[in-house]
Design a protein around this ligand. Structure first.
Ligand SMILES: C[S@@+](CC[C@H](N)C(=O)[O-])C[C@H]1O[C@@H](n2cnc3c(N)ncnc32)[C@H](O)[C@@H]1O
Length: 296
């Protein structure tokens, strides 16, 4: 078995390896694992801390350490607490380097890393806010001078190509590394976030916060930022924080005012329409309402 068995000895015994592979969501031999993963080290161009997002039991990080000629300090997060328990076992000398994703990072867990690796999950779509959320967080965690490495493992490579094209469409400069002859796996690195993506990511975050706030307060949304509530005959308008939407606030407010005409018509108990004082009285919003033809 040549090289593979040499690598195996660095990791563990054959029986252990089979179990570790299985625990790492991999069905195949260690040789196949090496064929499908080792080329990822081509994207690792520096020594330093490396975070694996979705680290499973840590076998991937252990393998990178063995295959790379760089000196790596491995960290992992996973949504699956059992995987993290297994990773703490595999890395018994540094159990605090592995945490479950839903917990906020404990003291001492780095905020940024020299390298962030993410095996982009099959169901991720970068044209959707949910898909952009993980990518945006991964870019934040790579720190200013860090490198983000993305691995794509789908079986025919078509889906990977599509996702890589989505990244390029956002203006990312994406470096791709050749996989072994005939293998569909792909790996790319990104050293700098694109402005266009960051803008979209910030907007997504604001959308999410606005939506959360409307739900939590029990307000009824009229559009992405404006909602209303009704209490004792008064319809109250609410505007969620809209820093990222500054140039669209007026349009959204107008849109909301038009929509409440329907609401008022359907509900005869409403006798007045109000808004928080700053919405009515401040220079910006008060004058906006007047511009829209309302008497304040
Ligand atoms: C295919 S394994 C990848 C293991 C290793 N990183 C590799 O590249 O071989 C994907 C891992 O991502 C984890 N995962 C899936 N969704 C996640 C999420 N939303 N947050 C964190 N981890 C997630 C899974 O639990 C699983 O352990």
């Amino acid at each position: 078995m040549g090289m593979a068995s040499e690598k195996e000895r660095q990791l563990a015994s054959r029986a252990d390896i089979d179990m570790l592979l299985k625990e790492s969501h991999f069905s195949g031999s260690f040789e196949q694992w090496e064929e499908q993963r080792r080329f990822i080290t081509k994207a690792i161009d520096r020594d330093g801390t490396i975070l694996d997002i979705g680290s499973a039991n840590g076998l991937f990080l252990k393998s990178l350490e063995a295959w790379s000629d760089k000196k790596l300090d491995p960290y992992g997060v996973d949504i699956d607490a059992e995987k993290i328990r297994q990773a703490k076992e595999l890395y018994a000398d540094k159990p605090d380097h592995f945490i479950t994703m839903d917990k906020s990072a404990p003291e001492g867990f780095p905020k940024t890393f020299d390298i962030v690796y993410w095996n982009v999950w099959d169901n991720v779509d970068f044209t959707q806010p949910k898909g952009r959320q993980v990518l945006g967080k991964a870019l934040e965690m790579k720190g200013e001078d860090g490198r983000l490495i993305l691995g794509f493992y789908d079986h025919d490579g078509d889906d990977s190509r599509k996702k890589i094209d989505q990244l390029k469409a956002f203006g990312f400069s994406v470096q791709e590394y050749p996989s072994p002859e005939g293998r569909p796996e792909k790996v790319v690195s990104i050293d700098r976030a694109s402005e266009e993506f960051l803008k979209k990511f910030k907007m997504d975050e604001e959308d999410r916060k606005a939506d959360e706030k409307m739900k939590k307060e029990g307000f009824t949304p009229l559009n992405e930022r404006v909602s209303y509530s009704i209490k004792e005959g008064q319809l109250q308008l609410h505007l969620a924080e809209s820093f990222e939407m500054k140039d669209r606030i007026e349009d959204m407010y107008e849109d909301a005012l038009r929509k409440i005409v329907d609401v008022v018509e359907r509900d005869p108990s409403i006798t007045s329409i109000g808004g928080l004082s700053w919405l009515n009285a401040t220079k910006t919003y008060g004058s906006m309402k007047e511009r829209l033809g309302f008497t304040v």
